[in-house]
Design a binder for this molecule. Structure first.
Ligand SMILES: *Cc1c(COP(=O)(O)O)cnc(C)c1O
Length: 428
């Protein structure tokens, strides 16, 4: 986008240092714990930082056992494997735990939510999204059980730090005897009816990847209720080594442990969780107020029942305010129109001024890798997969009209005013 030549942006000066979507925010305490690990030679996958970080996560979420792992994705993989074994028994030697099984999964989410089902040989049945919180639609889930009554596992995410309709989803799961893997990677610190996300799954997962609400530079945790489950996960994550003089393997193993260095960064970050949430909330509210009068709305949440962590501030354009925008698999086109805009134009304008936004997570049913998977919506007969524009496909609609705004903790109110001005100018 040539913003110099575009009179709508006259007088706006590009940011001299980039405004990020969500970058790590260090406070100093991280260094102390990392240095301690280095000084005492505890730099591998055992050590005080790991134990302390696990204990802190247990205290914060209220979950009995937290197991530190290398990534949120690794934690999701082992959570899915554990549920698979609980439901269907120990897999054949050398095989996945979900072979030939269908699993209901959030559709509009990061690929990491859904991929572990395929790692275990299962087939993800993708469940459409609702407009109230942008998470899995309980009505579509109910419909999916009518279509696939044999399913016993649900993988559900809380997107952008906003708790989904997890009470309803748990009730539906209970009715059908299904287990839940809860992906709380983006929602650490967010609560539903006063209970922390991470408490709602049979197994739950959180992530401490670099752009999350708090970070270990990387890392994730699996949250569970029994010592037996926690120990199984610990064993699997350490290559499933049996108690024998040699490397004895009776089950598939993984190298998924967290390092004590990573845990040091995380341990130093955890005291700042509430501060990060407060800053993110202020960012969200400044956008909400600053964008008033435009034909847009913010990513919604259930203010009565849930407390988000406001990880990312997102925006949805009214359909009537959309200029023409076409997205192919890897590139896009749009045409500016007076009084209208679209996510691609706004993202291009932000980038031209050195600020980072992002499209909404492209729904899994629109991804080539999952194109042949079943997709269930709440409307119609539930089988409307891949028919664009029929009004039933909520995920496709939010992807089309939505975007993630720069939501960095360290953005100043002044920076944010300029971003709001850029967005407003797109609608001139
Ligand atoms: C970040 C994220 C993950 C994966 O976490 P990593 O630690 O990056 O592996 C999983 N699910 C969702 C929804 C995420 O945003």
């Amino acid at each position: 986008m040539n913003v110099q030549a575009d009179p709508r942006f006259a007088g706006i000066v590009p940011f001299s240092s980039k405004i990020w979507l969500a970058s790590p925010t260090m406070h100093g305490g991280e260094q102390k714990y990392v240095e301690e690990a280095l000084r005492t030679n505890w730099v591998s996958t055992v050590g005080a930082n790991i134990r302390e970080a696990e204990a802190a996560i247990e205290r914060k979420t209220g979950r009995k056992y937290a197991v530190a792992l290398s990534t949120g994705t690794a934690a999701l993989h082992l959570a899915v494997r554990l549920c698979g074994e609980k439901l269907y028994g120990r897999p054949k030697a050398g095989h996945g735990a979900l072979e030939g099984r269908r699993v209901f999964c959030s559709d509009m989410t990061f690929g990491a939510t859904v991929n572990p089902v395929a790692y275990e040989g299962g087939e993800a049945v993708l469940i459409d999204t609702e407009y109230d919180t942008w998470n899995m639609d309980p009505a579509a889930l109910e419909k999916a059980f009518a279509l696939y009554p044999e399913v016993r596992l649900i993988v559900v995410a809380h997107l952008y730090g906003t708790p989904g309709k997890i009470g309803e989803i748990r009730a539906i799961a209970g009715k059908h005897g299904a287990l839940i893997v809860e992906d709380a990677a983006e929602s650490f610190g967010a609560a539903y009816k006063g209970v922390q996300t991470g408490m709602f799954g049979t197994e739950s997962v959180t992530s401490f990847n670099g752009n999350k609400i708090v970070t270990g530079s990387s890392g994730g945790m699996l949250l569970t209720d029994t010592e037996e489950d926690a120990n199984r996960v610990r064993k699997w994550a350490a290559q499933s080594r049996e108690n024998a003089p040699w490397y004895q393997h009776e089950e598939l193993g993984y190298n998924y442990r967290m390092s004590n260095i990573v845990a040091g960064v995380l341990r130093g970050q955890l005291p700042y969780l509430e501060e990060h949430i407060a800053r993110k909330k202020a960012v969200y509210e400044r956008y909400r107020d600053g964008l008033k009068g435009l034909p847009v709305s913010m990513n919604p949440f259930d203010g009565e029942n849930s407390t988000p962590n406001y990880w990312l501030s997102c925006m949805l354009l009214d359909r009537s305010a959309m200029c023409r925008q076409v997205r192919g698999e890897r590139e896009s086109l749009y045409r500016s129109e007076p009084g209208k805009s679209c996510p691609e134009e706004i993202l291009a304008a932000l980038a031209a001024f050195n600020a980072e936004g992002r499209p909404i997570w492209k729904p899994m049913h629109m991804q080539p890798v999952y194109r042949m998977n079943p997709f269930v919506t709440a409307g119609g007969d539930g089988r409307v997969a891949h028919i664009a524009g029929n009004g039933d496909d909520v995920g496709m609609d939010i992807f089309d009209r939505g975007l993630c705004l720069p939501s960095d903790n360290k953005m100043t109110p002044g920076d944010q005013d300029i971003i709001i001005q850029i967005i407003r100018s797109c609608f001139d």
